[in-house]
Design a protein around this ligand. Structure first.
Ligand code: FAD
Length: 535
């Protein structure tokens, strides 16, 4: 083996071991030499002690040392001395095992400035398998490193800024994958008991916004103040979030976009927890509701009294009508004429009384329909009934579907109906002999309707009374301190009919009474008013 250690100039021949046979592959040795010479990578060849015996042009350009200045010197002349010793130990450890080493070192340029070198060192072996030389190849990666640092710094900066946003923020790609999130979002996950809350919110927003979602996305626009109510159920109260989203497109940063621009769409979603604000609004609302419901209950009881009176007058009036018809059929004999006259007078008076009573019937509420969240109405009804539930020792098991689609309906009437069913359940459990007092309420949607199930652990309702219970003035209740006119379920049925829904007692339920209500889901598309937005 020979090595050429002449002081080389730019055209120096690449020293090759005698046993190197590039010609074997049909390529002349000169071609390899030229390749090394022209390579943009700094290449040096050393003896087994790292003494330099060859450098190429790029080596001189990168290190600042001309071939004459580096040949014969040790590679350690490039060391900046700030590279930790363990890096060199590792380098030499690998070389001793005849394994190439690759890593980053801090090198010092001839003019004194430091640069970051990405170095690959490999042993060159002779035919006996002994290391005779080393080849070193390095490039200056200072600029790349600075860019990397810049990217890392910027990422840190962005993360710090995003973390300091007081609302939960998430950046999602087109496949709903989270690209970036903040601490508030992570905290929200554990708060709601969800591993990935974004999925629940996305699903609900898409559902509520329908085609609008795609339209805004296509236009690269956004939305604000979409309120979502989240009912975790159990001992947790409802939570409210004001959601905002902005779509934007960015180049995807991959090699695919090097020659042809490719863009990806991202959604920045923020979830602002407005539960406190909603709670205070709800308190004000509940107080107003209490007053309203007390007023409505008064009206209702007035209506029921009048209807009761009409019901009771109607009976004798019908009998008198029948008597009159009978007498008329027998013919107008002398003695019947006087009786018929009296009957006609009584009937006229009866019908006039009925007409007067009818006029006195208060008009039912004429409010318009709006999107209604049944979870909210049930929750409000429970709050309104808190006192009764506590004094009856009823345990409430509240199992709502966390994010429930809305129904188009008459809010006050629906609330009154649900409150009525809940009151019936409390009344049933208040009966003596009922030891276990459990009220289970659940809600769930299907394709077309929202279902509400109210179960109580009372005595249940006999099979033959399940239909009859909806008839006017039918009641099985003895007073128990409350007035029972037997109009509650009639009213409930009327409200359900107004909403094209269904209400029934579940015949399969044997542990008490289960009322199953079904109300059709609103047609979201034609709504102007925001679902869940209650002022
Ligand atoms: P040391 O690590 O002790 O090195 C001093 C010198 O002792 C070495 O240069 C070498 O001549 C000799 N030596 C140390 N350990 C061994 C061993 N196990 N076997 C044989 N000789 C040994 N370093 C850089 O900082 N920058 C470079 O660009 C660079 N390029 C290199 C290219 C090649 C081909 C080789 C083989 C080494 C290269 N080195 C480079 C490593 C360099 O040789 C030194 O190890 C390093 O610079 C640290 O030097 P030092 O004086 O701080 O201490």
């Amino acid at each position: 083996m020979t090595t050429d250690t002449r002081a080389p100039d730019d055209d120096q021949p690449l020293p090759l071991a005698d046993d190197s046979k590039p010609q074997r592959q049909g390529l002349p040795a000169e071609l390899f030499m030229e390749t090394v010479r022209q390579s943009p990578i700094a290449i040096s060849i050393t003896d087994e002690k790292a003494n330099i015996i060859y450098v190429n042009k790029a080596f001189s350009e990168i290190t600042g040392y001309a071939p004459k200045e580096s040949i014969g010197c040790n590679e350690s002349m490039l060391s900046d001395q700030r590279t930790p010793k363990k890096v060199y130990d590792e380098l030499w450890g690998k070389l001793q095992e005849q394994i190439p080493w690759r890593g980053r070192l801090l090198n010092r340029h001839k003019d004194g400035h430091a640069y970051l070198a990405e170095l690959t060192v490999a042993p060159i072996l002779n035919l006996q398998g002994e290391t005779t030389h080393y080849i070193g190849m390095h490039r200056d990666v200072t600029d790349i490193y600075l860019l990397e640092q810049q990217v890392i710094d910027q990422k840190l900066l962005i993360e710090t800024v995003v973390d300091s946003i007081p609302v939960a923020a998430i950046l999602l790609d087109e496949t709903d994958r989270i690209v970036l999130d903040n601490q508030a979002y992570k905290a929200l996950g554990s708060d709601l008991g969800l591993r990935e809350p974004s999925m629940v919110f996305l699903e609900s927003l898409r559902e509520e916004m329908g085609e609008e979602w795609e339209r805004l996305k296509r236009g690269g626009k956004g939305f604000r103040n979409r309120e979502i109510r989240y009912d975790r159920g159990g001992r947790y109260g409802p939570r409210w979030f004001a959601c905002a989203g902005t779509w934007f497109s960015r180049g995807d940063g991959g090699v695919d976009g090097f020659f042809r621009e490719t863009a990806r769409t991202y959604l920045l979603l923020t979830l602002d927890d407005i539960t406190q604000q909603k709670k205070s609004e709800a308190d004000i609302r509940l107080n107003a509701l209490k007053a309203l419901m007390a007023e409505e209950e008064k009206m209702q009881s007035f209506r029921e009294t009048l209807l009761g009176a009409m019901h009771h007058i109607q009976g004798p009036v019908n009998l008198l009508n029948a008597a009159k018809t009978l007498l008329e059929r027998r013919g107008r004999e002398q003695q019947n004429t006087a009786l018929l006259d009296i009957l006609e007078q009584i009937l006229a008076a009866g019908e006039e009384s009925m007409a007067r009573l009818k006029q006195c019937l208060p008009e039912a509420e004429a409010a318009g329909r709006s999107p209604v969240n049944l979870n909210q109405l049930l929750h409000e009804s429970l709050v309104l009934l808190t006192h009764r539930l506590l004094s009856a020792g009823v345990v409430v098991d509240w199992k709502p579907t966390p994010v429930l689609p809305t129904v188009m309906g008459l809010e006050n009437r629906l609330r009154a109906m649900l409150k009525q069913i809940l009151e019936n359940a409390i009344d049933a459990m208040n009966q003596s002999g009922v030891a276990k007092r459990e009220l289970r309420i659940s809600t769930w949607p299907d394709e077309e309707a929202i279902h509400v199930c109210i179960e109580d652990s009372g005595p249940g309702i006999a099979e033959n009374l399940r239909i009859k219970a909806f008839e006017p003035f039918f009641t099985t209740k003895n007073s128990g301190g409350r007035r029972h006119s037997g109009m509650g379920l009639t009213m409930a049925q009327e409200v359900i009919n107004q909403h094209l829904g269904l209400i029934r007692f579940d015949p399969a339920y044997k542990e008490g009474c289960r009322v199953h209500i079904q109300l059709p889901i609103q047609n979201r598309q034609n709504l102007e008013q925001r679902p869940y937005a209650h002022g």
